[in-house]
Design a protein around this ligand. Sequence first.
Ligand SMILES: O=c1ccn([C@@H]2O[C@H](COP(=O)(O)OP(=O)(O)O[C@H]3O[C@H](CO)[C@@H](O)[C@H](O)[C@H]3O)[C@@H](O)[C@H]2O)c(=O)[nH]1
Length: 455
Amino acid sequence: MGKTHVLAIPYPAQGHVIPLMEVAQCLAENGIKVTFVNTDFNHNRIEKALQQKGDINELINLVSIADGLELWEDRNDLGKLTEAMIKLMPEKLETLIETINGTVSDKIVCIITDYGLGWALEVAKKMEIRRAAFLPASVALLTLAINVLKLVDDGIIDSAGIPLKKQVIQLSPDMPEMNTENFAWTCIGDVTTQKILFQSILQNNKAAKLADWLICNSSYELEPGALNLVPNCLPIGPLLASNRVGNSAGYFWPHDSSCLEWLDRQLSNSVIYVAFGSFTIFDQTQFQELAFGLELTNRPFLWVVRQDITHDIDQSYPKGFKERVKNRGKMVSWAPQQRVLSHPSVACFMSHCGWNSTIEGISNGVPFLCWPYFADQFLNQSYICDHWAIGLDLNKDESGIITQEEIRNKVEHLVNDRNYKTRALNLQAKTMSSVTGGGSSQKNFSNFLDWIKDN
Ligand SMILES: O=c1ccn([C@@H]2O[C@H](COP(=O)(O)OP(=O)(O)O[C@H]3O[C@H](CO)[C@@H](O)[C@H](O)[C@H]3O)[C@@H](O)[C@H]2O)c(=O)[nH]1
């Protein structure tokens, strides 16, 4: 008998590919064959960045389809990307499935798609294939998304998703507050982009009704309030490579593992880990101020400086910066983040608060310094600072800059007040209980697996 075969398709962004790849690895470990569909653009960089073939289970087959943009077009323009994808990808996906099913005996029995690609659920429905949606972000974000029409009715946003006034809302007392200015779609790009993203939320909400399963990278222990509002959303997280024996995969840039040896040489609980995910861009002034701030802390730091973190080709560090910080500072262009955060030398995490970074920090009991950039990151910041109280936010001065003194002061505050670390360790213990010893996420995953196998 052939193997059970599923197709997994992530939204084409780093924070979406990595956790869905983790789901795929867990399925493959349980004997499921997975066809993992990236966009051509991401497929090429993932293949290039892959360090060891063994990092991806051999039951996972990486394939790709076009995203509808030209090679040179800006994929960080999410409005443009969303429009291009919806025009071309449904047809490409359908053809891909037909081709696969026409050539192999073990036909695709189920599609697992990112919640943000509702059209893939429609394709699956049309082709009479069973379907699951995967949410790589917080369940709090999902509750916001599914309540957007109520927000329109309540006069909080207009029918295009634009806030009618600046205000703070709370969907449940057991969830963080949300500022209308920082709704996931209102803090991205220009108004045109925001309207496109809002329309896409409406379409995805509608398509989600076609899903037989909705799974997410969270846990009941972490987001009880939000999960109460969406009982059909089943958490299977935290999704981490360390839950199995293996490395994370699906990263867009090669990991520079020299930082692990550097971490080995640092004192326990001493290092500031600084990383802002895959989208954050700094202007030159802020970039330099961050460098000065790290210098001013007088503490060891590991800083991920992506090649595209500023618009300047030549990221210029302040004059003499590297000579002054010497070995106290380590800069890499991309780190094996999950392994870095589990290293005993790491004291705190200066982060953009992407959901994966948030989950990875929590799972290792690391307190945060929050520096959100866009999308759901402000909501995650509220979770971290106000709701779980495991971190501090970095505030801008009147000229809109996070100054070096602010960085130094907040680092000192966070590291010297042991309550942050204590709460972070407590949250870690609670959260990790869901993926150990038959915890709730393990049970959900096991039920999900049974459903997939039952074809
Ligand atoms: O040097 C690095 C830095 C990051 N990572 C990994 O890259 C992923 C980054 O994910 P995330 O922290 O979620 O950030 P983004 O890539 O910015 O993720 C996008 O997708 C997330 C999930 O929807 C959203 O929460 C974010 O706001 C959105 O920007 C994580 O698994 C990290 O471990 C590395 O491997 N090496």
